[in-house]
Design a protein around this ligand. Structure first.
Ligand SMILES: Nc1nc2c(ncn2[C@@H]2O[C@H](COP(=O)(O)OP(=O)(O)OP(=O)(O)O)[C@@H](O)[C@H]2O)c(=O)[nH]1
Ligand SMILES: [Mg+2]
Length: 369
């Protein structure tokens, strides 16, 4: 065991021994920050050691959005890729059939979603075990992570996956906490929070920040954060990704087992890649969670193109559409007209900041028209 690992273990031990109450809150915060820093050090050591041979998978992005398949070996990820896309990935009844990242394209409701099949992960993946770094590296840059579990081992697999993802800096189904830190030269740490902070107090914030050698700063907080989230912000390098949890091979399980799992854990969908059970439902769920919207373009004075909608992230504005269409579009923009859910009335006249909705029809009027 390295000295870094020893130190981590020691502090983790102290953390376990410390009773959680008002008096120990800032001490606990400081210990957590120490652990985070040491873990980063450990991670850097691992990265340095595995140096060359550890190049990441080179997955070329394509489609409107991407989904990474994460699960233990043999849970059925490759079989699932074959069901969701037109791509074949070798399947087998033995572990580690897949050794690389294999992308396929799922076409659904006019969108093209890249689904990436990956080798199974194992305990210690985030520390580089069994191609873990490469696999989790792909997961980090995906728009959504589809967690695939085996119906008979769902509980233990889920626990392992969550730990590995967390340790690799992936925060699932969490919005990036809105915390803004502006370093200053004097005056100590001034905290301004928009809402009441219920999970962390000022002393703890200061203790954690001191651990990161920040003595003077203006901190603006707009999320009800806890100590871990503040540490995430200070560490940086975290990614915030939505997930879907699917339990596979339910064709092999009894109704009792399914009921038990439903009671025990939060599962989004039960599937069988083998028998195609709930495959359409899974596609719909992925589509919903990816939060994509379809925009039908109607050229000025022309017909609406319902065949090939523009696929955008939810929350996109007319300005985002302009940027997607052409680099200079914004310069020539005069106004736009919208029909559909986001319009107050049919053909509403809107400007660049207008937020669009799924299946809106949009006409952009350029100043030259
Ligand atoms: N009964 C049943 N078997 C399945 C199902 N999905 C996959 N399998 C079988 O499970 C085995 C493993 O499937 P794979 O798709 O290769 O699993 P994987 O997760 O890609 O495995 P690795 O690449 O080794 O990580 C194969 O023998 C599949 O035929 C399912 O829904 N039901
Ligand atoms: Mg596979």
């Amino acid at each position: 065991m390295s000295t870094t690992q020893e130190k981590i273990r020691e502090i983790e031990e102290e953390l376990r021994r410390t009773k959680v109450n008002k008096a120990t809150e800032s001490h606990i915060g400081r210990l957590k920050a120490k652990i985070a820093k040491l873990k980063r050090e450990e991670q850097e050591q691992i990265m340095a050691k595995s140096g060359k041979g550890g190049a990441g998978y080179d997955v070329k992005k394509s489609g409107d959005s991407s989904v990474a398949l994460i699960g233990l070996p043999s849970v059925g990820k490759s079989t699932l890729l074959g069901r969701l896309t037109n791509k074949e990935s070798k399947t087998g009844h033995y572990a580690f059939t897949t050794l690389e990242a294999i992308p396929g394209i799922m076409e659904y409701k006019g969108t093209k979603v890249q689904i990436i099949d990956l080798p199974g992960i194992i305990s210690g993946a985030s520390k580089g075990k069994g191609r873990g770094k490469q696999v989790l590296g792909v997961a980090r840059s995906a728009d959504l992570i589809l967690i695939v579990l085996d119906v008979f081992e769902a509980e233990i697999q889920m626990k392992l996956i969550l730990e590995e993802l967390y340790h690799f800096g992936i925060r699932l189904d969490q919005k990036k906490p809105d915390v803004y830190i502006e370093k200053t030269n004097s005056g100590g740490i001034a905290i301004a929070s928009i809402h009441k902070l219920t999970k962390i107090d000022e002393a703890t914030i200061k203790a954690i920040m001191n651990e990161y050698r920040i003595i003077n700063a203006n901190v603006t907080i707009r999320t009800d954060i806890d100590a871990d989230q503040l540490i995430d912000i200070l560490e940086g390098n975290r990614v915030y990704i939505p997930s879907v949890v699917a339990v596979n091979k339910v064709d092999l399980a009894t109704p009792e087992r399914i009921k038990e799992l439903k009671k025990k854990m939060k599962i989004d969908i039960f599937i069988s890649a083998e028998t195609n059970y709930n495959m359409d439902e899974l596609k719909e769920l992925l589509f919903e969670k990816l939060d994509l919207i379809r925009i039908y373009l109607k050229p000025y004075g022309g017909e609406t193109d319902f065949e090939e909608p523009l696929i955008m992230k939810r929350g996109s504005t007319v300005e985002d559409v302009c940027d997607r269409l052409h680099r200079d579009m914004k310069k020539e923009f005069k106004f736009a007209r919208v029909w559909g859910k986001s319009a107050k009335h049919e053909g509403q006249r809107v400007m660049l900041n207008h937020v669009l909705e799924d299946e809106d029809i949009l006409t952009i009027v350029k100043s030259r028209n």
